[in-house]
Ligand binder design. Structure first.
Ligand SMILES: Cc1cc2nc3c(=O)[nH]c(=O)nc-3n(C[C@H](O)[C@H](O)[C@H](O)COP(=O)(O)O)c2cc1C
Length: 333
């Protein structure tokens, strides 16, 4: 029995039975030519599902609109070849006993205009309806392709987060757009399919950015997500042990759960060094989970270079774990 063993226990979250409390965090890979995931993508996710990850959240997958992103090898969620590719991915993960959620992504103004017919512009009335429909359509494709859940990406400064962040939305207009998207996705997927919403304070272009300076402000956004149909909140944070607000040790996932009553997923710098699995931080990760601060634990970078991190940490095979290196981001298998 190792410290990690406590987290490799079955759990049911938002009605979805999982064989472990570990989640694979969404990580862009750019290995899907023309937006179509290949058999290698399926094998990549299957390997993590075979090794103790209960729920895989895919890399960001572009929703069904040409403005969603510019990278040709980022996967899409559209009917046809991409849907067939995803069906293969989901069946491989299911064959390994895992569950898988599709992360719905639109880059917003982070999309590079070069080489595309779309240039960043201020959204007007019809654009909102068009993009809401694009998210809903992709959610429908995700369910058809066999996904167990969908995650709406409203973090890191991309489209939906641009409405939440005062720097990109100083007038605070259209604040309800992210919730409108969540509502449309919820209406499109079966009631038994969990809808996860990922949000963050920080942005990729500004680690000190905040969408909320107080718990009360955060509560307004998150309660809007809950009322629109979110079942699980995924609080993206760079280090899970850091308090989200002064005056309490609670992290961002802890506040999300406390403010809304919804189950939450924590993430941030878990397992990056070889000795993490036997460290006090690992014990803290388990203790906070046991006390109910959050429900699930997402692993990002550690799973790039250590596809078997969970099963090795569970089995006490610590000498087979390796430190994370930035070059791991180039690794695929
Ligand atoms: C290569 C790479 C790609 C990522 N792509 C995404 C993405 O597509 N969507 C997303 O929400 N987060 C993305 N992230 C953030 C991760 O999901 C995760 O929150 C972050 O890596 C912190 O977790 P970690 O410290 O365990 O790596 C990415 C991170 C990395 C390293």
């Amino acid at each position: 029995m190792t410290t990690a063993t406590a987290l490799v226990e079955p759990v049911t979250v938002a009605g979805l039975p999982l064989n472990s409390q570990f989640v694979m965090a969404p990580m862009t890979r750019e290995r899907s030519p023309h937006g179509v995931p290949t058999p290698e993508v399926a094998a990549y996710y299957r390997r993590r599902a075979e090794n103790g990850v209960g729920l895989i959240i895919t890399e960001g997958v572009l929703v069904d609109h040409p403005s969603a992103g510019h990278q040709p090898a980022v996967p899409r969620l559209t009917a046809g070849a991409a849907e067939a590719g995803w069906r293969h991915v989901t069946s491989e993960v299911h064959a390994a006993g895992g569950r898988i959620a599709a992360q719905l992504w639109h880059l917003g103004s982070r999309r590079e205009p070069a080489g595309t017919a779309w240039t960043p512009q201020t959204m007007s009335g019809p654009d909102f309806d068009t993009l809401i429909r694009a998210y809903a359509e992709s959610a429908r494709v995700a369910v058809r392709a066999g996904f167990d859940a969908v995650e709406v990406h409203a973090a890191h400064g991309y489209l939906l987060d641009e409405f939440l962040w005062p720097v990109t939305n100083p007038s605070r207009r259209h604040l309800s757009f992210p919730a409108d998207v969540i509502r449309a996705v919820r209406a499109e997927i079966p009631a038994c399919t969990p809808l996860i919403v990922r949000f963050s304070q920080f942005k990729e272009r500004d680690y000190s950015a905040r969408i909320a300076s107080t718990p009360a402000e955060l509560g307004v956004s998150l309660e809007g997500f809950r009322q629109a149909g979110a079942d699980v909140l995924h609080a993206s944070q760079r280090r899970f042990w850091e308090p989200a607000f002064a005056g309490s040790d609670r992290n961002l996932a802890g506040w999300a759960k406390h403010l809304t009553g919804l189950p939450s997923i924590t993430v941030g710098s878990i397992g990056l060094t070889r000795d993490f699995a036997t460290s006090d931080r690992m014990r803290e990760l388990v203790d906070r989970r046991t006390s109910g601060e959050y429900d699930l634990i997402a692993l990002g970078r550690v799973l790039l270079g250590n596809p078997s991190w969970v099963s090795l940490a569970d089995a006490g095979r610590f000498d087979e774990l390796r430190d994370y290196h930035k070059t791991d981001e180039e690794l695929y298998f």
